[in-house]
Write a protein that binds this ligand. Structure first.
Ligand code: GCW
Length: 672
């Protein structure tokens, strides 16, 4: 090769390298620009323009036509459904609404990116839910409550100046079907509704609209006081009602398709209707009345628990079930998947099978508050599938998830955590997609379709959540996290006089007899909140699935498990399995090196290394601590502990509730 051509080639390589730095910013949307495919669309709206542009840029196949159709078949698919068909040497994407065309375009591009055969297409799609929403817990000062991927994407100080990431965010959502974003934390500042801020919200809404993403806001129930200067926020007060009506009309004048409000009321210190001896339904309906003329909705959270309750797990049910049937039809009660709080594993919240006359939506959490923040891989779809085994997807009106997105270049802190954002959108569109299908799609689009890579990493992803459960809280253990953050173990954390339901011993109940929270009829009887068949199953120690054992039972240390081991030995083995599996992830990743660019390889390698070390920290902390109650030896066939309990008791991580610890902050053992 001549020197000149060599230098040109070198220059091209450098250019490609700089343009496509593998910093994770491109998510799963990594298709190279194509050769300018032929794309026809008679309709010209901002939404169809996005669809056409996406196809023209990336589609590399036969000509594509986008067609709006008004026949019954298309109308039956709703405004977002679509049909993709190969016909006479071209592909027709047809839908009854512009959003259907947009989602159809992304479907086609996904097929191309995953290497599917696009020659004989005959696909009909309709989303399972009309509302597929991401909740951001972003504060106006730029921090994100429980956010581990940097600061907020929304730069309130700079708006109306626009960051290119706003559009990139909307595009990513549209590509997986997410159609709503609640912009701010449920612990909401009244300032969010100030006119200055609403104008900034409008800028975001305008950018998101062509991507089919509606904007919603979390509101502080006492805004009429904090912002409006009224003396009360009583929902039955005429002045309060008038204030909300006026505020809502101001919002819709700026944002005609505004989605509505999300409300956390009378929970963890937030104000709410109960402050005025009104019910949650009265509070929600007052806001719903103001929003109704504009088509807006209220998402009212059922995440409530008072220090006086004998069992926190029972409280949402106790407070909300009596209100069943009292909410207006534009109110949706938003319930966390489990009865306590996004733990690595919880049984489903019994509200889902009891509140039959109220629209409900499930709230999942993508940001890994209780799953190793953005240091650990925990691919969440297996958790959602487990939930949907008990809760029929059709019984829900909508789904939402607390976002794991921040302003980190790779959006989610951990490159592999992008898969949870991706999968949430796909699942919300079609909850019967399997975790494996979604992992497969995501891996092929984000990395490579090389089978050796996809097969190995798919297995790692599918195993990851269960592995986290094993090394953190196996067999139904829950909430034994450190007192001042939710990253590491601190099962011993106890402050005399403090709220019991914020202390791990409240949840694990370790004593010389055994371990676990007795929620049977002999204990708190939370089990009675489940339908009879489940109540019997869970309530009997011999039939309770072992994964929920310590959630429902105080289990004697020498109880005989299905494996034939004593409960104590089984617990030790579970932790040990978790550690070994987490180390196994590091080994698999080492073998993936040939298939991954160096930048992402190194970043992910460091994350897996942290995860494996943290697994040992969890195992040693929990087993050594519980051993002070069980007074039993660790089984000989598990790995010896590396740490001493007294040293682990001293670990304090210098992090706030919106930071992920760095490797340097974490306890590490010497493997040799
Ligand atoms: O998971 C807990 C978190 C709080 C959060 C709360 C909630 C936004 O620890 O940080 O507050 O739940 O869901 O309201």
């Amino acid at each position: 090769m001549k020197l000149r051509s060599f230098l040109t080639l070198l220059a091209c390589c450098c250019l490609t390298f700089t343009v496509w730095a593998e910093d994770g910013s491109r998510l799963w949307l990594r298709q190279e620009a194509g050769s300018g495919a032929q794309v026809d669309c008679l309709l010209h709206t901002p939404v169809t323009e996005v669809a056409v542009r996406e196809l023209k840029t990336c589609w590399k196949g036969v000509p594509v036509a986008l067609q709006l159709m008004a026949d019954a078949d298309h109308r039956a698919l709703g405004p977002e459904g679509y049909i993709l068909r190969s016909r006479d040497g071209r592909i027709v994407i047809s839908a009854s609404g512009e959003k259907g065309l947009l989602y159809g375009a992304y479907h086609l591009l996904r097929l191309q990116a995953t290497g599917a055969d696009c020659s004989q297409l005959d696909v009909t799609e309709r989303p399972a839910y009309d509302l597929r929403i991401l909740d951001h817990w972003d504060n106006l000062d730029g921090t994100i409550e429980r956010g581990y991927a940097g600061h907020s994407l929304w730069k309130w100080e700079e708006l109306p100046a626009v960051s290119p990431r706003y559009e990139a965010y909307a595009r990513a959502n549209a590509s997986v079907g997410i159609n709503g974003a609640v912009l701010n934390n449920v612990n909401a500042s009244p300032k969010m509704l100030a006119t200055d801020y609403l104008k900034k919200v409008k800028v975001l809404a305008d950018i998101f609209r062509p991507y089919g993403v509606k904007v919603y806001l979390s509101v502080n129930f006492a805004s009429p006081m904090g912002l409006g200067g009224l003396e009360t926020a009583d929902p039955l007060d005429a002045g309060v009602q008038a204030w909300w009506k006026q505020k809502v009309s101001e919002i819709y004048a700026l944002i005609p398709d505004f989605g509505g409000f999300l409300v956390k009321a009378n929970s963890e210190g937030q104000p709410g209707p109960c402050d005025y001896h009104r019910t949650h339904a009265e509070g929600a309906n007052m806001l719903a009345t103001a929003l109704k003329p504009y088509g807006g909705i209220v998402m009212w959270r059922a995440f409530v628990y008072a220090p006086s309750s004998d069992d926190r797990a029972k409280q949402a049910y106790n407070e909300f079930l009596p209100l069943d049937g009292q909410f207006m039809d534009n109110v949706i009660v938003q319930v966390k998947n489990g009865p306590v709080d996004f733990q690595p594993r919880e049984p489903y919240s019994p509200l889902f099978t009891s509140m039959k006359h109220t629209d409900l939506m499930v709230e999942f959490q993508l940001t890994q508050e209780y799953l190793g923040h953005s240091n650990h891989l925990a691919y969440l779809p297996p958790m959602w599938t487990e939930f949907f085994e008990d809760v029929c997807p059709r019984s829900l009106r909508a789904v939402c998830a607390v976002s794991n997105v921040g302003d980190d270049v790779n959006w989610c802190g951990h490159d592999l955590a992008q898969s949870n954002w991706y999968a949430f959108g796909r699942m919300a569109w079609n909850p019967s997609l399997t975790p494996a299908q979604m992992a497969d799609e995501w891996l092929k689009q984000t990395f490579t379709d090389e089978p050796a890579f996809v097969d190995a990493m798919k297995q790692v992803m599918l195993d990851s959540r269960e592995v986290v459960v094993d090394y953190m809280m196996p067999l139904g253990l829950h909430h034994i996290f450190a007192g001042n953050h939710h990253y590491g173990p601190e099962p011993w954390y106890d402050v005399p006089g403090a709220r019991r339901d914020w202390m791990p011993p409240y949840y694990h109940r370790a004593d010389k007899e055994g371990l676990g929270f007795d929620r049977t009829s002999r204990g708190s009887n939370a089990v009675a909140q489940y339908p009879d068949s489940l109540c019997r199953l869970y309530g009997d120690l011999s039939t309770c699935p072992e994964k929920y054992l310590l959630w429902f039972h105080h289990v004697p240390w020498d109880y005989r498990m299905k494996s034939g081991r004593t409960f104590w030995d089984e617990l030790c083995h579970k932790y040990d399995d978790g550690v070994k599996a987490a180390r196994g992830f590091c080994d698999v990743w080492t073998r993936m090196k040939p298939y991954v660019d160096a930048e992402r390889y190194d970043r992910i390698e460091e994350k897996f290394d942290i995860q494996a070390h943290d697994a040992v920290w969890w195992k040693d902390a929990c087993l050594l601590y519980f051993q002070t109650f069980s007074k039993r030896k660790l089984p000989k066939d598990i790995e010896k502990t590396h740490f001493k309990l007294k040293d682990l008791r001293k670990v304090q991580l210098p992090i706030s509730n919106y930071e992920c610890p760095t490797k340097e902050m974490l306890p590490r053992y010497n493997a040799n």
